[in-house]
Design a binder for this molecule. Structure first.
Ligand SMILES: [Zn+2]
Length: 316
């Protein structure tokens, strides 16, 4: 058994991206306690008067925040990584299994639209993703949410995007899992966590799972405002797994086809599925990739594919 993935826990990421401070909303919230009413009034007046209020607020609050804020347990300890001006990875969002399991998501901004890749494991995570994108987006005419597969840690935040009119895109297998849910999946997870319904509501929020709006069956290329987004069918972890490849930024959003910091989760299949998984990872190696955003763990260069393949091969 190769245990290389465990050796990375706690180490520096192999690729250091620019990490952007948390959303301004949160900074306002966290900084409130530290200021007098007078200070806040002055800030508010400056903030209201400024034509570029976000920049001013950002400057003021980063000056005063001094990293005193502690992330809410409900969103984990997410970090926003700027890959390009239009492409972001959010790592370490809340996961019920604790901080080592933190789940990742992605944001691609196009000329008129925002594309989200996965929704986090609770409503608070979805809201975090929404704010991270909304403050940076040029325009928000259309919203898309691509789900890499049906698992709770990637879909429980979907309501945040649906309520704002997002079109949800996923593999056809996701429809079977999420349609007619009626609260079942959340209840299942809460029971698995050993929580009371009240605790479950506090942690997960008002989860609402629905069938996706657009289903894909095989590899599919989307063109959104001239931006090419490739949805590549990569079953193995589960049979409705897709990865999202953005050729312009040479970024691969791997969902749970690709792991870092922990072994790939193979418990939903057996040898046949793992073999299929390996063949799809081999296929992804042909892409021009500068950066992989795995479903869990740190951002890594293309070599992460080989490490996942080696692990899966060691199971035979
Ligand atoms: Zn996952």
């Amino acid at each position: 058994m190769i245990d290389w993935m465990f050796t990375n826990i706690g180490s520096e990421p192999m690729i250091k991206m620019e990490i952007i401070e948390d959303s301004i909303d949160k900074r306002i919230q966290m900084s409130m306690k530290n200021f007098t009413a007078l200070g806040l009034m002055i800030l508010f007046i400056l903030y209201s008067l400024s034509s570029s209020s976000e920049i001013l607020a950002s400057t003021l609050f980063s000056f005063m925040d001094k990293k005193t804020s502690k992330q809410s347990e409900l969103v984990g300890r997410p970090e926003v990584h700027k890959i390009t001006n239009d492409v972001y990875a959010i790592t370490d969002l809340f996961h019920s299994r604790g901080k080592k399991a933190g789940v990742n998501a992605g944001i691609i901004l196009t000329e008129k639209s925002i594309i989200f890749i996965d929704a986090g494991m609770n409503i608070a995570s979805g809201e975090f993703l929404w704010r991270a994108a909304a403050k940076r987006a040029k325009r928000k005419e259309k919203l898309y949410l691509i789900l890499t597969h049906h698992h709770s840690d990637h879909v429980f935040g979907m309501r945040v995007f649906k309520d704002r009119g997002a079109k949800v895109i996923a593999h056809i297998g996701v429809e079977e899992e999420l349609k007619d849910d009626n609260g079942f999946y959340k209840k299942f997870i809460i029971e698995m966590d050993g929580l009371s319904p009240e605790e479950g509501d506090r942690i997960y929020g008002d989860v609402l799972l629905t069938a996706p709006d657009q289903l894909i069956e095989n590899d599919t290329v989307l063109n959104i405002d001239g931006d090419e987004i490739q949805l590549l069918f990569t079953p193995g972890h589960v049979d409705d797994e897709i990865v999202v490849y953005h050729p312009k930024s040479r970024t691969l959003f791997g969902g749970d086809a690709i792991y870092e910091g922990m072994p790939p989760n193979t418990r939903f299949g057996a040898q046949k599925e793992w073999q299929l998984w390996i063949s799809h990872l081999e296929r992804l190696k042909k892409l021009e990739i500068d950066l992989i955003v795995p479903g869990h763990g740190k951002l890594n260069p293309k070599e992460l594919l080989d490490r996942n393949i080696s692990y899966l091969k060691s199971l035979f």
